[in-house]
Design a protein. Structure first.
Length: 176
């Protein structure tokens, strides 16, 4: 493998070159986690937030970075997922199941996204994120999820594909 050349490095994103290929990487995080929360009543919990790169509100599964903050260095990937779930939705998971780990966007970044499902949920607080994330929490019956996502898309929201990947793997494992 050829050596990595640093083209530019900011606080949250770096641009690098390996051989002839340029790619982006987060200099402050080792990977990304997502978590699909499934209530005992068969509801799916999704989050909504404005994303600066797309300049749109995006409907997503709760997600976050692993190792991006000093107080969480050394945290396991599953523990990062549980923490992000609690911060963003206000729910604590009794059980966390690994779904899949996959490249986020293999042509652009070496980042791996680790997807989990959370079950046996208990509501601890209102959620909404930390540090001004301004996250809106949506609790949707699984039977109404397609309608909810279609409605949000028709209103101009972007729908993150990781919702569908998580749902597929959760169904495959019998969690839904």
């Amino acid at each position: 493998m050829s050596e990595i050349e640093v083209l530019h490095e900011g606080a949250y994103l770096g641009l690098y070159k390996r051989g002839h290929w340029e790619f982006a990487q987060r200099p402050n995080a080792s990977s990304c986690v997502t978590i699909l929360p499934i209530t005992d009543a068969g509801e799916i919990i999704l989050v909504e937030q404005f994303r600066i790169p797309t300049q749109s509100r995006v409907i997503e599964v709760p997600a976050g970075l692993v190792g991006d903050e000093p107080e969480f260095k050394g945290e396991t990937i599953a523990d990062s997922a549980a923490r992000e779930l609690l911060e963003e939705t206000g729910y604590c998971a009794g059980k966390i199941t690994e779904l899949i780990a996959s490249p986020t966007s293999a042509g652009m970044t070496p980042e791996i996204t680790h997807m989990f499902a959370a079950t046996e949920l208990s509501k601890v607080h209102a959620g909404g994120g930390v540090d001004g994330e301004n996250i809106t929490v949506h609790v949707i019956p699984f039977t109404e999820l397609d309608t909810f996502l279609s409605q949000k898309q028709s209103e101009g929201y972007d729908i993150d594909f990781k919702i569908h990947a998580s749902l597929y793997k959760a169904q495959e494992l019998g969690l839904l």
